[in-house]
Design a protein around this ligand. Structure first.
Ligand SMILES: C[S@@+](CC[C@H](N)C(=O)[O-])C[C@H]1O[C@@H](n2cnc3c(N)ncnc32)[C@H](O)[C@@H]1O
Length: 283
């Protein structure tokens, strides 16, 4: 009998091993200073005039936690199912002392044990790729439930774009003669994996990505130093993602939220696959 892999094994657990190597990775996989300015622009209306804004971070993104220290009175809650990731991301914060004031919650986002109608802002960076479409209702309803009536959910969201699909070999060829840096590691990963061909299921398989790497490196040993770094981050390649096209993604969002604003991702390898959304709960 074949057992169906649980979503936690496929999408969530692998973060435990990715955690320690997150430092090898940079924007656009992580939010850039420009993204942070956009996030601030989008969340501002929800906390304007609020004495003690309550802000919930889905995940443990260090860039959010550093930037939010400017709101001195805000109550910051960090919710991540992997405590390993919260600890590793705290090490990447510029202002580690700020972490001592945060509230940490270990939970799957789709069933967070948090107060109803409490948060003015819920923030997340590329979070929904960790869920298959069928789990969106539970996730989005949970976010709606913890949001204050006037609160907003602000997130970069990745969508599959048929016009931005990269062929693995073509993408890899571009990096054959490049130095291995955080930028080349990130850009190669984003182009060759995230922008790889779309599967009908929406699932992007880590193992399939590794198979393509193995095949390529046999003919192109020069790529080894770059692939070794990717191995260091992604091995054993057990992390899968779910992506859907813009129409499908927004159709799902609109069942639960009103899209109040969306800002483009400018001048990065993910420009054609990302918007930062400001979402309000649908009444
Ligand atoms: C916010 S996502 C960052 C996405 C990343 N930029 C990418 O491209 O995949 C990563 C974080 O989400 C956490 N995480 C993933 N799925 C989760 C879930 N269902 N519930 C709670 N935390 C989850 C992971 O532990 C990790 O710390």
């Amino acid at each position: 009998m074949t057992m169906k892999k649980s979503t936690s094994k496929q999408f969530i657990d692998p973060w435990k091993t990715i955690a320690n190597n997150w430092k090898l990775f940079c924007a656009p996989g992580r939010p850039s200073p420009r993204n942070i300015l956009d996030y601030e622009k989008l969340l501002y209306s929800a906390i304007k005039g609020v004495k003690q804004p309550k802000i919930l971070i889905l995940g443990s993104t260090p860039e959010f936690r550093d930037f939010l220290t400017k709101f001195k009175k805000a109550e910051i809650t960090v919710c991540d199912v992997n405590i390993e990731m919260i600890l590793a991301m705290t090490e990447l914060m510029k202002n580690k002392k700020a972490a001592t004031k945060e509230i940490w919650v270990k939970s799957n986002w789709k069933d967070m044990p948090l107060k109803k109608n409490y948060y003015h802002v819920v923030l997340g960076d590329y979070i929904i790729g960790n869920f298959p479409l069928k789990e969106y209702p539970q996730l989005f309803n949970k976010i709606r439930c913890v949001l204050d009536k006037k609160g907003c959910f602000v997130s970069r969201i990745f969508f599959y774009n048929p016009d931005a699909v990269e062929n693995f070999n073509k993408a890899a060829n571009k990096y054959l003669n490049r130095k291995v840096t955080r930028k080349t590691i990130t850009d190669f990963w984003m182009e060759a994996y995230f922008r790889g061909p779309y599967k009908k299921s929406g699932i992007l398989s880590g193992k399939k990505f590794k198979e393509k790497m193995d095949k390529y490196v046999k003919k192109n040993p020069k790529i080894k130093p770059l692939f070794n770094k990717i191995d260091q981050i992604l091995s054993p390649y057990n992390k899968d993602y779910n992506f859907y096209n813009l129409k499908e993604t927004e159709k799902s969002l609109k069942k639960y939220f009103v899209i109040k604003e969306k800002l483009p991702e400018i001048n990065t390898t993910l420009s054609k696959n990302t918007f930062i959304y400001k979402l309000l709960s649908k009444k």
